[in-house]
Design a protein around this ligand. Structure first.
Ligand SMILES: [Zn+2]
Length: 479
């Protein structure tokens, strides 16, 4: 007698890694209406309308990348290409770390690849905010406006557009007041995008809350030996664990900007630090020499993706763009990424919450690959892969029904081939997203706060409301 199909989809045979439920076992997963119904051994395959067998692969809750770029003031490529680049890497949810709010719905509509997507607005004086010294009232207006426009909060990029310590502090404290997401690439007008910028964080936030981006970027050996910088960074993060959330990325190339002033002096603190690390002049000529020597690459769109060019081609593009050119230097140290990713507190929890990519349209969406390499190296357990890539990120941003595979959770899943150390498939809401190297969805779901709901409705996109009161960032926070 034919049985009734009870489930929309059965994912069978994979090794299920679900740290929230302390589960590391070969199990089957039953999904209906986009949610997990059941995870158990050997569910009768005739119960599934469709059955996908992932024997030999690892099944983790969908990869949540808390730091990507699919927007921002970049002009030499279409940053929305990042949607596809992320989907191909096995991502199911991502947060743009420095966009203009309107870029998120625009990107989802034009180039969306079926991901859950939110973004925080980059604060750039005279471009995204009126000036570099907003009053308290102006700052309140800025933050509430940003939330209304559908962004999740604000990012300050101290390595590019630093504010005074006082204004930096003001912007984050207003974000905290509104329970908006507060993201920080460290550095003020008094410090830099280095360890000194990180060490300034406690005085900036007072009792407040903050997501400190890419800790690895402050441990490149700009001030002390890299190992010592890692040690001091980890000590600070441990000391302020109740107030800070953080991530690392593990790609060696960074992404930065070559723009020089009329005297040929490099403007961005990040690019200056990169040049200085290898004793180049911090000028347009210094960049030219670094390109000729192969130390500096240029990022360029080719077709539907973004990659690196070097040598003569890179130099030509740098000249064509009159120095306003996206550059990359191989400055991120594998040893720092390793130390920061694997370091734990005495209670066994990680000091740095998550592995992110700082990728998207920047071609370095390698978080799954590099985290899997740490398993091969013996530095992380399989369950810890799921902690770093999904469980902890879900908590950082308060996505309660993701990051785990409990009954009733959203059926967002990433499938990893442990031999290749790569994502081979993904599901969002129980629908296949990545399969056989192809992206099967477009559009996506816009993540907004309650204040941004009207904007989300107007966009016509599917949307979801995040409440940061449920996030680790604001856990236990009172004004
Ligand atoms: Zn970034």
């Amino acid at each position: 007698m034919a049985k009734l199909s009870k489930y929309d989809l059965l994912i069978t045979g994979g090794r299920v890694l679900d740290p929230a439920n302390d589960l590391d076992e070969v199990c089957d997963i039953a999904i209906s209406d986009g949610y997990i119904e059941k995870v158990q051994k050997e569910i009768d395959p005739s119960f599934g309308k469709s059955v996908e067998d992932w024997t030999g692969n690892w099944i983790i809750p969908g990869f949540i990348d808390t730091h990507v770029h699919v927007g921002g003031p970049r002009s030499t490529w279409d940053p929305a290409l990042g949607h596809q680049m992320l989907a191909l890497a096995g991502t199911t949810t991502a947060i743009d770390f420095g966009c203009i709010p309107e870029q998120i719905p625009d990107g989802l509509l034009r180039k969306g690849a079926g991901l859950n997507f939110g973004g925080i607005m980059v604060a750039i004086p005279e471009i995204t905010i009126p000036n570099d010294h907003p009053t308290h009232d102006q700052t309140r207006h800025i933050v509430s406006d940003v939330l209304k426009r559908g962004a999740l909060g604000i990012k300050i990029t101290g390595g590019y557009y630093p504010f005074s310590p006082e204004i930096t502090s003001r912007i984050f404290s207003v974000c905290n007041e509104f329970r908006a997401y507060a993201g920080y690439h460290v550095g003020t007008k008094e410090t830099g995008s280095r360890l000194d910028g990180l060490q300034e964080v406690p005085s900036i936030i007072g009792n407040g809350r903050l997501h400190v981006a890419h800790i690895n970027a402050y441990c490149r050996g700009s001030i002390l030996e890299p190992d010592e910088e890692c040690k001091q960074a980890l000590s600070l993060l441990s000391q302020y664990e109740d107030q800070l959330v953080s991530e690392v990325h593990q790609a060696i190339p960074n992404g930065t900007q070559g723009l020089c002033d009329k005297n040929g002096e490099v403007l961005s603190d990040v690019a200056k630090n990169c040049l200085k690390l290898k004793n180049y002049e911090m000028t347009a000529d210094g960049i030219r020499q670094a390109i000729k020597d192969g130390y500096c690459s240029v990022m360029k769109q080719t077709g539907d993706t973004v990659g690196y060019i070097k040598g003569e081609d890179a130099l030509n593009m740098f000249e064509e763009l009159d120095t306003n050119c996206p550059l990359s230097f191989p400055v991120n140290l594998p040893s720092s990424a390793f130390n920061l990713t694997t370091a734990k507190k005495p209670d066994g929890n990680f000091i740095v919450d998550a592995v992110a990519t700082d990728g998207g349209s920047i071609p370095r969406n390698i978080a799954i690959d590099s985290t899997m390499a740490l398993v091969k190296f013996g530095a992380l357990s399989p369950l810890e892969v799921a902690i770093k890539l999904s469980y902890n990120p879900s908590k950082m941003i308060g996505l309660k029904d993701r990051g785990h595979l409990s009954e009733g959770a959203r059926a967002d899943i990433t499938v990893i081939d442990p031999q290749m150390g790569k994502a081979v498939a993904s599901y969002v809401d129980g629908d296949p997203l990545l399969k056989d190297g192809n992206i099967l969805k477009n559009g996506g779901r816009w993540l907004v706060t309650k204040t941004g709901e009207q904007e989300a409705i107007t966009s016509g996109l599917d949307y979801e409301i995040l409440d940061f009161n449920s996030s680790k960032l604001y856990s236990g926070y009172k004004d």
